[in-house]
Design a protein around this ligand. Structure first.
Ligand code: PLP
Length: 396
């Protein structure tokens, strides 16, 4: 098909030209002074994206699934108990990864479409017996990418504080970091983990963690048997700008450029842009139940009864070269997901919404063509005017 393909899945996201150009270069020696200097300057800037001054950034050549494993094996040993909440496909897999490593998971079932309820976290922590069987960690997926629901990490932190529980707080920010407000130090998150392919605007292939002092202490005194995932070896070598193995050299040059772009735009402006672009375009049902928990990085649209969401996606892909996210796990066929994170602007959202409307109409959904696009346009115009007003007032 001619023209630009529309990749609007909730990750991997579109890689900006600046990042592509930064990676389009000869591979250099990863033990050279040039490379070491680049990494030494890069890591503190990556920490800024996590909003952490006390944490250590750890990078692995891996996908987000490897970041789960790294967070678990460094801090927890087989037989340790953790608390987790099942509200979607990725929280299910995170808990499964822990169980596969011999960790005992107390997995609280929630509805897919619900965020993690802070009262329930508090209740579970209060009921915890203490002693050696006490929860060693609470696992939270900040933004459940399979349902488009954002959970309140601050409230989870408060539940830990209120109950005086000293479990580690391990947060998956794979589809929220660099798209939505997240403050590692201020919220006292012990381990934050993410992947390169979403808000960080890079191709897939890198797992990123920020590890706080309490988690580092836990890893130094215990954790599971590990080798490749041992973050202490990496942190030690990173101090001089190097890695204990061959790093993903060109992805690191891409990360350098992506982080520069995020800091140039300003993280708060990046979050505001994502908030502005997350429009409620149609009267169609959003899988997320609570409007206060609707994600700014993706929308999970429930297709009306009798319409297979796979058909909508197929039309979008085959006829308009528009890739949408599939319904995962138990919501397969019932929803499709629109990714609106990373390098994105209003016009790209309008193009996406226009394509989705056509695919919905062709799949038999009763929808007025153009209504969602117009709703988004009105929302964008209002957003721009709200930002422009103070400037106009001062220039008069
Ligand atoms: N966690 C969340 C919230 C995700 O959305 C994903 C993938 O989309 C993962 C973890 C797993 O990451 P990966 O597919 O990069 O292994």
């Amino acid at each position: 098909m001619s023209g630009r393909p529309f990749l609007q899945i909730p990750g991997p996201t579109n890689v900006p030209d600046r990042v592509l150009r930064a990676m389009d270069r000869p591979v250099i020696d990863h033990r050279s002074p040039e490379f070491g200097a680049m990494v030494k300057a890069l890591l503190p800037d990556v920490a800024k994206v996590f909003k952490s001054e006390t944490g250590k950034v750890v990078l692995y050549p891996s996908s987000g699934t490897g970041a789960w494993e790294a967070s678990l094996v460094n801090t927890l040993a087989p037989g340790d108990r953790v608390l987790s909440f099942n509200n979607g496909h990725f929280s299910t897999l995170f808990a499964e990864a822990a169980r596969n490593l011999g960790i005992e998971v107390d997995e609280v079932p929630l509805r897919w479409g619900q965020g993690v309820p802070a009262e329930l976290v508090e209740e579970k922590l209060r009921a915890d017996q203490g002693g050696s069987a006490a929860y060693k960690a609470v696992l939270v997926v900040h933004n459940e990418t399979s349902t488009g629901v954002t959970s309140n990490v601050v409230a989870v932190r408060q539940a830990l504080d209120t109950t005086g529980h000293d479990a580690l707080l391990i947060v998956d920010t794979v589809s929220s970091l660099a798209s939505m407000d997240f403050r590692m130090d201020e919220w006292r998150v012990d381990v934050t983990l993410t992947g390169s392919q979403k808000g960080l605007m890079l191709p897939p292939g890198m797992a990123l963690l920020c590890v706080g002092p309490k988690a580092i202490a836990a890893s130094q005194s215990g954790g599971s048997r590990r080798s490749f995932w041992d973050w202490n070896r990496i942190i030690a070598d990173n101090a001089t700008g190097f890695f204990p193995y061959t790093p993903a050299t060109l992805l690191l040059f891409g990360l350098r450029e992506a982080v520069t772009m995020l800091l140039e735009e300003g993280l708060d402006d990046v979050f505001e842009r994502h908030e502005r672009l997350a429009v409620d375009a149609w009267g169609l049902k959003n899988l997320c139940e609570n409007p206060a928990e609707v994600s700014n990085s993706l929308t999970a649209v429930v297709t009306p009864d009798g319409i297979d969401s796979g058909d909508v996606m197929k039309i979008a892909r085959e006829q308009y070269d528009l890739a949408l996210g599939v319904g995962l796990g138990r919501v397969r066929g019932k929803i499709f997901r629109i990714g609106h994170l990373g390098a994105l602007n209003e016009l790209e959202v309008l193009g996406t919404l226009g394509g989705v409307e056509m695919a919905l109409a062709q799949a038999g959904v009763k929808i007025e063509l153009g209504a969602g696009v117009a709703a988004a346009q009105r929302s964008f115009v209002a957003g721009r005017q709200a930002v422009a007003t103070p400037v106009a007032a001062t220039s008069r």
